[in-house]
Design a protein around this ligand. Structure first.
Ligand code: ATP
Ligand code: ZN
Length: 298
């Protein structure tokens, strides 16, 4: 094994795979991928991409056998608690929170069961893939319970008579609903994160990482931002600029044949933009264009 090549672990096939791979590619890494391979070489940098089950990623980083991993915080924290219990190394360095893989670990109970706060499940059996996160939460809240460990199809456990309720990952909530359950309490919120082993990297690898991290920042920033162009009345300019956060220095241009208005170009956070749309119109803005931004370096 070459120690000079940086090793980055991502999920082989699952919900994080495509986003992880696309992120690395958008940072300029040319991944030479053959589907069945565990290791994919990067053609233009001394980097190897390890494609493994997501559950293995935190351990590989904590054992220091790979340099970088991209994994969900849920799996990361569950593995940390699990390893802590048996005395395995648990240290890692958090490099970056990603803008994908968002989900929550939530308690869900059968539709027909009434919910009166956490007390409702006191003494019950809880089916979950995340016994350590579930235990930590319920113990902190002084709830008595038993966990039933299931690594898949957790949502069918109550109907199958294996447990009274579940603690499972939810994003839209559709799976839970389709199985006659209702989400009642969030236990842990998660996103994908990029982590690094705690032992320092060889200088050559650190150099590559220093080059890649600003690109990742740029990608994450670009995802949430839009390039906005609009026509604004000159007499309301200050107020208009105030409502669009993140546009400290808009470009202002004269409009031919329209002395009372100017064109305003700026980068703004998309979420805030929509919230402020009506206000902008009320202030006399028109011809509003919102364009996607592919990459951004500040
Ligand atoms: P593997 O074969 O790699 O073990 P898996 O079945 O454990 O795959 P996936 O279902 O692909 O894992 O989920 C991977 C991660 O994606 C989860 O651990 C979580 O961080 C994130 N995720 C985002 N949304 C959801 C969701 N609705 N349900 C489950 N996981 C989600
Ligand atoms: Zn998994």
């Amino acid at each position: 094994m070459s120690s000079k090549r940086m090793r980055i672990a991502i999920q082989k096939s699952g919900r994080l795979s495509q986003d992880s791979e696309e992120l690395l590619q958008s940072c300029g890494l040319k991944i030479n991928k053959r589907e069945a391979r565990l290791i994919a070489h990067v053609d233009n940098y001394p980097i190897d991409i390890l494609r493994v089950r997501d559950d293995d990623i935190p351990g590989l980083v904590m054992d220091g056998v790979i340099d970088i991993g991209i994994v969900g915080e849920n799996v990361l924290e569950e593995t940390r608690l699990q390893r802590e219990k048996v005395g395995l190394p648990t240290e890692y360095k958090l490099l970056k929170k990603m803008d994908f893989g968002g989900c929550r670990l939530s308690l869900a109970i059968p539709d027909e069961m009434e919910w009166h706060g956490l007390e409702t499940i006191n003494g019950m059996k809880v089916a979950t893939t995340y016994p350590f996160l579930t235990r930590r939460y319920l113990e902190e809240n002084h709830i008595q319970f038993k966990t039933v460990l299931l690594t898949g199809s957790v949502e069918i456990a109550p109907r199958a008579g294996l447990a009274d309720c579940i603690c499972d990952l939810v994003s839209s909530g559709a799976t839970i609903e389709a199985n006659g359950l209702k989400e009642v309490q969030v236990v842990f919120r998660s996103k994908a994160v990029m982590i690094q082993r705690i032992k320092e990297l060889y200088p050559e690898k650190q150099e590559i990482l220093d080059k890649i991290m600003p690109r990742i920042d740029g990608m994450i920033q670009a995802h949430g931002s839009k390039y906005i162009m609009l026509h604004a009345p000159k007499n309301n300019l200050d107020e208009i600029i105030k409502i669009l956060p993140g546009c400290e220095n808009p470009t202002i241009m004269e409009l031919a044949g329209n002395p009372d208005h100017v064109a305003l170009h700026m980068v703004s956070q998309e979420a805030h933009f929509w919230e402020n749309m009506e206000k902008l119109k009320a202030l006399g803005c028109s011809s509003i264009l919102v364009l996607p931004i592919e990459k951004m370096l500040k």
